[in-house]
Design a protein around this ligand. Sequence first.
Ligand code: SF4
Length: 311
Amino acid sequence: MTPSPFPYRRFSDYLKETFGEKVYRVPVDAGFSCPNRDGTKGIGGCIYCDSRGSAAPFIQRSLAIRDQIADGAARVARRYKARKFIVYFQAFSNTYERPEILEKIYAQALGFEGMVGVAIATRPDCIDRERLEVIHKVFRGLTVWMEYGLQTTHERTLAWMQRGHGLGDFTRAVEMTREFPFRVGVHIILGLPGETREMTLETVRFLAKVGIDDIKIHMLHVLKGTRLARLYEKTPFELLSMEAYISLVCDALELLPPSVVIQRLTGDAPAENLVAPTWILKKGKTLNGIIKEFHRHGTRQGSRWEERGNP
Ligand code: SF4
């Protein structure tokens, strides 16, 4: 196999190794809500969450799930000549329903040619064995990625973000998920107000110890219409520069076992909804900066790259 020119294990490379060709994600908004928005845990959601609940801007919530998948699969086939795809239950909390309802919702994603797996994004306090059993039953034979939003391991920051769950919920979710043949993923945010560099690295060390398969990392960004935007307007707080983010991401990546698949290192925000920092729109520049930083460190303290078993 040709060695990867990247200093970390990219999701696209992992998919190609596993499925023999490029695989694309088809995001879906299945009409779920979130306990942190409907009053069960909170109203208004996490401080940074906008009304789309982290959905891709092009998803059409009004369409039936099967139509969203058919449209999405056709779009990636047209644009990338893709033959294989993963259905990504992305918007809001995708296990937040009674198990019997979940089963019916998930079943709508079955029967598509080229579908090799399913990714289910949810909160760590919205999962239990019964729901995992449903996922196992419905998606038998497909690769399942469970993605838990954690953001940080620090309880004080979780409270500031009004996440409505604690670290214990995440640990329990991971332990339960490990009883199933699923991949375990996590989302974290860098640059959270009140968190030092060392606190961020503590979060990553914890994840390396708990044992995760996949991770999505992004910079805290302020979206219009969120409580974070109102706070930022009233009392602007410091956001990391691109350079500071790159340096922190590289330190974070070094703490993870090389087997961990890096699904994302940049945020996805529509330019028209973004308040700050606007540099996150320069995704290519950010990713190139991360690769360059790995090389630069080679001259400073021994190559990070070589230490990670890369060429
Ligand atoms: S858990 Fe997710 S969907 Fe719910 S409020 Fe927070 S960011 Fe939004």
